[in-house]
Ligand binder design. Structure first.
Ligand code: DGJ
Length: 584
């Protein structure tokens, strides 16, 4: 046999044929991005398992079963360093094989979470051989010299050990995951320094004493226009210097310490990301952050993680990482999403507190920010009775996918959409689309809904609005009511002068037809006659086909649309409505 043929045959047996293409991230001009899986746009409608689930095959099977019950398409699941390298240099990938085989059987995609050198700041997932050998693998230290159970990011030995395991893991996945079950990689988990804003160990101090690296300064200079406002202000306040010690260039405070530490973490992660790129040239890579919330300062919260105010530091140090992702456990959902959905950072929410609100949160993130996906944490603990609602919401979001993306031979673009998210504190939003004003509200704002006042908890509700054509909209979601008006009239309504009608359409109070007893400008004949008004031509509940076609399920009218005045979806329901409008 000719040597070249022999070589080809040999390669064919050594390199397993990948039947599917590797996932990749398409970046859009507005900073949003789309994950492409098997060549098609893919929304990550996921769930993250509890931390220890991957260590037991029976638990893995159970979390996959539950993921299917939730209607998820993806499971985010830890890969623990201590499990894959229990003895230095000896790898055992059985936990990984179990995860991938089970996910495959369940028709799920997987995002492995590399619990390597750091998990929630700590190095608890490092193998015992590394933990015990603090001489070779030094710890981060507080300013008082107290060692922490946090491996120092400044230690070459820590990096080499972590990287060796990470590379071995990725090589194993590349060799065995022939159908592309793995679609994305998380590097480390909630990196961050605790107790102090930065590491004061001798290695860290030596680095600190060198001053701000020229590479970082160059990045800041080049990206001055897009720097996070807090970073720009900090730099300005310190005199906008372009070299020097950290405290002189950026100010002598713990936030500068945090920046120093963030740059070190980013450089460390960048090296891992580059290793990942050698094995998976296109697979999306991300890092996740614990939030700097509840009035805490760096060190009280995990300092220096990939936080919004440190985005430029992380981008400067870790350009190979695709997404800096927030883990959302605090209130203020809408504000948190806005802080991370940036022109230089697509939104992906790998962790969010598991709650009833999750489907509405996902619809909002996708609708408002074109999010790559959302994944509630420890979904496996959700009581069985709450799963059906989640499944309904997740299936609805999945079904919308063909409407959200337009694919072509050279890529994929994202259709413009808006998101809605309501609770007791934020009940209404008015959007303008050209000459149209769309007022969307929480379902409980219906004047006749007694749950607004009888002490009921206002569940979080939300949805997504997409324009198919002028006067032709898709409204999808749960617990929402929408009215349509000419933009001019909508402005008047937003000022709170609209008549309040009961369920029967009669004036609720009989006080002249307006809140506060004044006649509304919108209902004043002279003013109203100048603008064309908007009516509902038809309201249909539809099902979205895989090709984006719409199949009518039923038509709503009469009581179900308040005699043509609004469209609505109840709080225990998920629906896709097609609303056609007309002018009169
Ligand atoms: C955030 C971490 O990333 C998760 O692994 C888990 O520890 C949760 N916190 C627990 O709330």
């Amino acid at each position: 046999m000719k040597p070249i043929i022999t070589l080809l045959l040999l390669l064919a047996t050594v390199i397993p044929a990948r039947s599917r293409s590797e996932s990749r991230l398409v970046r859009h001009a507005d900073g949003r991005a789309t994950v492409m899986v098997d060549g098609s746009p893919y929304l990550i409608i996921g769930g993250e398992t509890g931390n220890s689930k991957a260590s037991c095959p029976a638990d893995v099977e159970e979390v996959m079963d539950k993921a299917v019950a939730h209607g998820y398409n993806t499971v985010l699941i830890p890969v623990a360093w201590e499990l894959i390298e229990p003895v230095k240099g000896q790898f055992d990938f059985s936990s990984v094989d179990t995860i991938l085989a089970s996910a495959r059987r369940h028709g799920l995609k997987v995002v492995p979470l590399w619990f390597g050198a750091w998990k929630n700041s700590m190095s608890c997932y490092a193998p015992a051989w590394l933990k015990r050998d603090t001489k070779t693998y030094p710890r981060a230290m507080t300013s008082a010299g107290k060692p922490l159970e946090i491996a120092s990011a400044f230690s070459p030995a820590v990096y080499e050990a972590d990287a060796a395991a990470f590379k071995a893991l990725l090589r194993h996945i590349a060799d065995t995951d022939n159908d592309g079950t793995v679609i994305m990689l998380q590097i480390e988990n909630e990196i961050g320094m605790l107790e102090d804003a930065r590491d004061y160990s001798p290695l860290a101090q030596a680095e600190y004493d060198k001053g701000v690296p020229a590479e970082l300064v160059n990045y800041l200079k080049k990206h001055k226009k897009s720097l996070h406002p807090s970073l720009l202000a900090k730099w300005r306040d310190a005199g906008m210097k372009t070299s020097g010690p950290w405290a002189e260039m950026l100010g002598d405070d713990i936030y500068t310490d945090e920046i120093f530490q963030a740059y070190a973490y980013a450089l460390y992660v960048e090296r891992l990301a580059q290793e990942a790129r050698k094995i998976f040239p296109t697979m999306p890579l991300y890092v996740n952050a614990a939030m700097n919330s509840r009035g805490r300062v760096p060190g009280q919260y995990p300092s220096a993680g990939p936080l919004a105010h440190l985005k430029d530091i992380w981008h400067a140090g870790a350009p190979t990482v695709d997404i800096l992702a927030p883990d959302l456990y605090d209130s203020g959902y809408v504000d948190w999403t806005a802080a991370y959905a940036l022109p230089d950072n697509p939104l992906f929410i790998p962790e969010i507190r598991a709650s009833r609100a999750n489907p509405a949160q996902a619809l909002y993130a996708v609708g408002e920010h074109g999010a790559v996906g959302l994944s509630p944490f420890a979904y496996n603990l959700r009581p069985g009775g709450e799963v059906a609602y989640q499944r309904q919401g997740n299936e609805l979001l999945k079904s919308l996918s063909p409407l959200l993306f337009k694919t072509s031979a050279d890529g994929c673009s994202r259709v413009a959409t808006s998101g809605l998210y309501f609770d007791a504190d934020s009940t209404t939003r008015t959007l303008t689309d050209g000459n149209l004003s769309i007022k969307a509200s929480h379902y409980f704002t219906l004047p006749w809904d007694s749950r607004a006042t009888d002490g009921s908890v206002w569940p979080a509700t939300g949805g997504l609005i997409l324009r198919l054509a002028p006067d032709d909209y898709i409204i999808a979601g749960t617990g929402i009511v929408l009215t349509f008006a000419p933009a001019q009239e909508g402005k008047v309504a937003a000022q709170g002068n609209e008549p309040v009608l009961g369920e029967d359409g009669f004036l609720l109070t009989g006080n002249g037809g307006a809140v506060g007893g004044k006649q509304s400008a919108a209902s004043h004949p002279a003013k109203a006659s100048r603008v064309k008004r908007i009516g509902l031509a038809s309201v249909e509940e539809v099902e979205v086909g895989e090709d984006g076609s719409l199949r009518r399920i039923r038509t709503f009218n009469g009581d179900e649309t308040h005699q043509g005045r609004h469209v609505r979806i109840g709080v225990d329901d998920f629906k896709v409505l097609r609303v056609r409008l007309y002018e009169y």
